[in-house]
Design a protein around this ligand. Structure first.
Ligand SMILES: [Zn+2]
Length: 235
């Protein structure tokens, strides 16, 4: 097993130290040093979705088998394929750029030039350190530079980036930078308030804490604009 699998090296790597701490331990602390992009390997999309589902189903069957579960049981038999389908078509579908929402821009005919806030966008993501859910609300705001997008597209863009293994900081920044590009303006804000099940259901088992992250671009980098935004979010 060890000899034939090149991935084994990455497991050994995960035990090496970063600033004196084992990577496993740091993952538990949701330590984030990464950049804007989700770390993907070269050739990540060479396999078809069907091929990926087959491989994942087989590997997930091995996990279940290793745990000692009886895959001949009627209730468990379909689980590996169900999990594989769910990973590729649903909860990790945002890894594949082909699933990125197509967004049409419209002219800002109403000449509305104040901030627009789309709040309480519920999303489900998954922590990349533990592969358990992150459940939260995203609030997105922008000030039009002359172009506007349909409100549902703000929601869809949040969902697209949420459907990846994530860390909350990166998710926040990815949504912010994407909307800046789309709307052709720096004036974008994203606030995410989320609960990490790896914190509430395991580890320190804190059931009440939530994590808040924010992205403020352009005009949102002022105490006045932030206060205005916070005011809308309160009501
Ligand atoms: Zn986690």
């Amino acid at each position: 097993m060890k000899e034939e699998n090149a991935l084994w090296d990455t497991l050994i790597d995960s035990k090496t130290l970063l600033n004196g701490h084992a990577h496993e331990e740091l993952g538990d602390d949701h330590f984030f040093t990464g950049g804007l992009e989700t770390p993907m390997k070269p050739g990540a999309f060479e396999k078809s979705d069907e091929e990926k589902k087959e491989i994942i189903a087989l590997l997930f069957a091995q996990i279940m088998d290793t745990l000692g579960l009886d895959l001949n049981d009627d209730s468990l038999r379909g689980t590996p394929k169900r999990v594989a389908k769910m990973y590729i078509e649903e909860i990790f579908s945002g890894l594949d750029p082909k699933n990125k929402p197509k967004v049409a821009l419209f002219d800002n005919k109403y000449q509305y030039n104040q901030m627009l806030v789309e709040k309480d966008i519920t999303f489900y993501s998954n922590c990349e350190h533990h592969f358990v859910p992150i459940i939260g609300k995203a609030h997105v705001a922008y000030i039009s530079s002359g172009k506007v997008i349909g409100l549902s597209k703000l929601n869809r863009m949040v969902q697209y980036y949420a459907k990846r293994p994530q860390v909350q900081e990166r998710l926040t920044n990815q949504i912010g930078v994407e909307l800046q590009k789309l709307l052709d303006t720096e004036d974008v804000a994203v606030i995410i308030d989320a609960k990490h099940l790896c914190v509430s259901s395991r580890g320190v088992q804190d059931d009440t804490s939530a994590t808040v992250t924010s992205f403020y671009g352009g005009k949102f980098n002022s105490a006045e604009k932030i206060a205005e935004l916070q005011h809308y979010l309160k009501n």
